[in-house]
Ligand binder design. Structure first.
Ligand SMILES: NC(=O)c1ccc[n+]([C@@H]2O[C@H](COP(=O)([O-])OP(=O)(O)OC[C@H]3O[C@@H](n4cnc5c(N)ncnc54)[C@H](O)[C@@H]3O)[C@@H](O)[C@H]2O)c1
Length: 418
């Protein structure tokens, strides 16, 4: 028996529901894998197709036509919300008011006002809220975080993120993601992970942003189709190339396919984030420069490496030390399991999570305000503060920083030669 199973033995199982049975609903399978006393008992989707997927993918659960019907009939302790972004605030608020603990997929909401409404209701009701920023649990992020926390590059001063969204056409321009009224901006929908990680690595939240960007390729594609009865697995293919030859785009395409933003954080760190949806390759590249070195990841899953340069020299492909990235080779299954486990441990046993909804709000603030800036001549935007009582509520509900993992650097030819 695992430690977790031993700890949860004898407790009544949490009754968990899942709302929104599209592509992302598969994380509800991780309830069983979590090691917590928890059972998936119900699923809800407003579409017929979604309810058919629920019956097929989650046999044994009751299937409901809305989250409200599920709340009324399923006697839930917790719910995993994997509905599209524009519905997050409404669904989460109804669940929180009903006393059902919420795992809410990122982004917390598509506007800062809605994000703040969700936090206010969670604080007022005391119902647990967790936002699924799973990328924090990715091996590459943990590794970069540990390198920084050990002081290997000194004090962080600036962070630059380049995001090559090679699957952009298939992932973001063939359904609701392409429509501003549904996502706000891909700086929320896609970048919220990285904005959260920038905040984590810098140790502070964004206070001021500017944005710049455009719809450069997908806006010119005239082949459009309503795919609301399908999920991405049904149209995704590496053969869909080049991007301008894409077919079956969403009827409305008005989000930017190139977005760039710059941020000043509360501790003075300066950061930038660039996102492009028509690159051939799909990965993220972080550069973090500190007072005594810089790190950069090459690859962002197992097989990749985080390089650290910490001596003076000319350009050099090898890092002075290099740290292999562990975890999965593609995707983020390992981080997903950890994220669901963290939520359920919080609800079932009060184990404080490492991720605060305050961080999720900070990611929404940075992304939403950068998009405002981008669409308004790149004029700067300042992040408004949250009410003190809301901040205090959530500050008491987050785990202290974990001990830093020991280094496992691989010396490179370059460093061995010195
Ligand atoms: N953390 C991650 O790595 C990650 C990865 C993928 C998606 N996501 C997030 O998951 C969410 C869902 O994305 P997806 O790709 O699965 O979308 P999807 O379009 O494949 O599925 C959404 C489902 O929700 C249903 N739905 C819509 N409105 C509803 C409502 N009000 N109540 C109940 N059901 C409703 C739809 O019918 C559909 O079945 C998004 O917010 C996205 O940002 C997160």
């Amino acid at each position: 028996m695992s430690d977790d199973a031993a700890r949860t033995e004898g407790r009544p199982a949490l009754r968990v529901g899942v709302v929104g049975i599209g592509q992302r609903a598969y994380i509800a399978h991780h309830v069983a894998a979590s090691g917590e006393a928890a059972e998936l008992v119900a699923a809800a989707d407003t579409s017929e197709g979604g309810r058919a997927r629920a019956a097929e993918q989650f046999p044994g659960t009751t299937v409901h036509a809305s989250h409200r019907e599920m709340i009324a009939e399923a006697r839930l302790d917790a719910a995993i919300v994997t509905t599209p972004d524009w519905t997050h605030a409404e669904v989460a608020i109804d669940l929180l008011r009903a006393g059902v603990a919420v795992y809410l997929e990122k982004p917390l909401a598509i506007t800062l006002a809605d994000a703040d409404r969700v936090l206010a209701v969670a604080a007022e009701t005391g119902t647990p809220l967790y936002v699924g920023h799973n990328f924090r649990h990715a091996a590459v992020v943990r590794l970069m975080h540990d390198i920084i926390a050990r002081g290997d590059i000194g004090e962080v001063k600036t962070i630059w993120v380049r995001h090559f969204v090679g699957n952009g056409g298939d992932y973001y321009f063939k359904d609701w993601h392409a429509d501003r009224s549904r996502t706000g901006t891909l700086l929320l929908q896609k970048a919220s992970h990285d904005l959260d990680v920038v905040h984590l690595l810098a140790g502070a939240y964004t206070e001021r942003v500017v944005g710049m960007g455009d719809l450069m390729v997908y806006g010119d594609v005239t082949d459009r189709r309503d795919r609301s009865d399908q999920t991405v697995d049904e149209w995704f293919s590496f053969d869909n190339w080049p991007p301008a030859a894409a077919t079956g785009l969403n009827p409305v395409v008005d989000v930017e396919d190139v977005s760039m933003m710059m941020m000043t954080l509360g501790n003075g760190v300066q950061a930038s984030y660039q996102q492009c949806h028509f690159t051939p390759d799909y990965w993220r590249n972080y550069t973090v420069v500190g007072t005594e070195g810089r790190l950069e990841n090459v690859g962002d899953t197992a097989g990749g490496v985080v390089k650290v340069w910490n001596r003076r020299h000319g350009w050099q492909v090898d890092g002075d030390v290099e740290h292999p990235i562990s975890g999965v080779e593609t995707g983020h299954e390992d981080a997903d399991v950890d994220t669901v486990r963290e939520f359920l441990a919080f609800v079932a046993r009060g184990v404080l999570p490492t991720l605060s909804p305050l961080a999720a709000r900070a990611a929404v603030a940075a992304g939403a305000l950068a998009a405002e800036s981008l669409r308004d001549g790149s004029t700067p935007r300042d992040v408004p503060p949250l009410p003190e009582a809301v901040v205090r509520h959530f500050e008491a509900l987050v785990a202290p920083p974990a001990p830093v993992a020991a280094p496992a650097p691989v010396p490179t030819t370059a460093s061995a030669a010195r």
